[in-house]
Design a binder for this molecule. Structure first.
Ligand code: ZN
Length: 232
């Protein structure tokens, strides 16, 4: 889908509309955010987020009901439902490969959009780093700071394979600053972040682990073994 914000009937792509408020004198107008009556800006935002996440079209339709209902995975799914109903900030899932963590992350982002109208995205840590780093290229359409700001303020962000990305100096600095920003939004419940990883989060640097295990948040260990068929 290729929707340009310039097709918006309300603002012609500027993102702003005039609102008459008569402040000071009759006919005074103030510029306010475009109310997006045709959903053009939202569609463009969803498409932009899809480029970051690299999700396949079928993955954007995943729901919690698609996750197998047994063992720790069932408990993990229940927690995810509670998180969507009343999100609490940081939600960390860890455990072995193939036990539904990725599906949960994708489903939460999708169901958040349905339940709260909040835009979010699922992204692997590696792709998140690449997306921001690409903003340093001289011909980048959006610079690294703009990319960082966009991600920082997303109402919901699900970061998969959080402990799998190669930690270069850039990656290390980014992760520290970014997690601190997301943490501050999380404790005031203005934005919510999910993490999935294979290793115990206590193996992360202390400052990150301390934020994840903040008493207001949840870390869930899924001890189920892989549900994927074993390939001989
Ligand atoms: Zn508009």
């Amino acid at each position: 889908m290729n929707v340009k914000s310039s097709t918006c009937p309300a603002c012609d792509g500027t993102g702003w509309v005039e609102r008459r408020d008569d402040v000071g004198y009759d006919g005074h107008v103030t510029m306010v955010r475009c109310p997006d009556p045709a959903g053009v800006h939202e569609t463009a935002a969803v498409a932009r987020l899809a480029r970051i996440s690299g999700l396949l079209p079928e993955e954007t339709t995943v729901r919690l009901d698609d996750v197998a209902p047994w063992g720790d995975t069932a408990r993990m799914t229940e927690l995810a439902r509670e998180f969507i109903a009343e999100p609490w900030g940081f939600f960390t899932l860890w455990g072995g490969y193939g036990n539904g963590k990725t599906l949960i992350l994708q489903a939460v982002v999708n169901e958040f959009r349905e339940h709260h109208g909040d835009l979010g995205t699922y992204v692997r840590m590696h792709d998140l780093l690449e997306y921001v780093r690409a903003g340093y290229a001289p011909n980048a359409r959006e610079d690294a700071r703009a990319r960082y700001e966009r991600l920082k303020s997303l109402p919901v962000l699900a970061i998969d394979e959080f402990d799998a990305a190669r930690m270069t100096d850039f990656a290390y600095e980014f992760r520290t600053a970014f997690l601190d920003d997301r943490y501050r939004l999380a404790i005031t419940r203005r934005a919510h972040t999910l993490f999935a990883m294979n290793h115990d989060p206590s193996t992360l640097p202390g400052d990150l682990y301390d934020r994840m295990r903040d008493g207001r948040f949840v870390i869930f260990y899924n001890g189920d073994t892989s549900m994927r068929p074993v390939l001989e």
